[in-house]
Write a protein that binds this ligand. Structure first.
Ligand code: IPE
Ligand code: MG
Length: 210
């Protein structure tokens, strides 16, 4: 979900109002995924590196996480289960409790899964999975220790905001994912654009290296 800062700057607004608008877009796109009957959607909200942004911005981003309860209330309307990717022990206790409560509220829902990556890094995830695997009895595949355990690999990755890189997102899972990059800033990303990316996706020939 890239481009919140530039979206705000173009409107002479503080960066954090871009992030605030970005949360609205995230809920809108989750709803669109529900309407399209897409069973899984993941949003990269806060990376392991984002915490090294200026303190005021990090504070703003963490305070936006305080809205996770409202986000999960929306997801309940769409019968979607909230799942968090990443190490939330980095956040203050109040934020952690809100996140846990928001996840629990949706835990029985079956209409789809919404992953939100918070303090998530692809390298961190792989190292953590390797360590958990090492300490296990070896009966489970190493993939079962990823944050996305039990979920299929993504078919589509969309990065908004014009940059063409993965920025440490799902490095294991994206092995054969179809990549899409758009200049649209995340707050402006729409269901129409999602639809056109999906149409483009169906035109691609996926061979998975075979
Ligand atoms: C992405 O938007 C949102 C987060 C990383 C939380 P940016 O904050 O990176 O926006 P730009 O790239 O400065 O426009
Ligand atoms: Mg950016």
């Amino acid at each position: 979900m890239d481009g919140n800062g530039r979206w705000a700057r173009e409107r002479l607004l503080p960066r954090n109002s871009g992030h605030k608008e970005g949360v609205k877009t995230m809920v809108r796109i989750a709803k669109a995924c529900h309407e399209l009957a897409l069973p899984y959607v993941s949003f990269y909200a806060f990376s392991t590196e984002n915490k090294f942004r200026p303190a005021s911005e990090v504070k703003g981003l963490i305070s936006l996480m305080g809205r996770i309860g409202e986000v999960s209330d929306e997801l309940i309307k769409y019968d979607m289960r909230l799942n968090i990717l990443g190490d939330i022990t980095y956040f203050d206790e109040r934020t952690q409790a809100l996140i846990v409560e928001s996840v629990q509220k949706t835990s029985s829902l079956k209409g789809g899964v919404v992953n939100i990556a918070l303090n998530y890094g692809g390298r961190d995830e792989i190292i953590r999975a390797a360590q958990l695997y090492r300490d296990s009895d070896g009966s489970k595949h190493v993939e079962e220790f990823l944050y996305t355990a039990g979920q299929p690999d993504p078919d589509i990755l969309i990065r908004t905001g014009g940059e063409k890189r993965l920025s440490n997102f799902m490095l294991y899972q994206l092995a054969y994912t179809e990549l899409f990059f758009t200049d649209t800033y995340w707050p402006d990303f729409s269901q129409e654009e999602l639809n056109s990316i999906i149409a483009e996706y169906y035109k691609r020939d996926r061979r998975f290296g075979k």
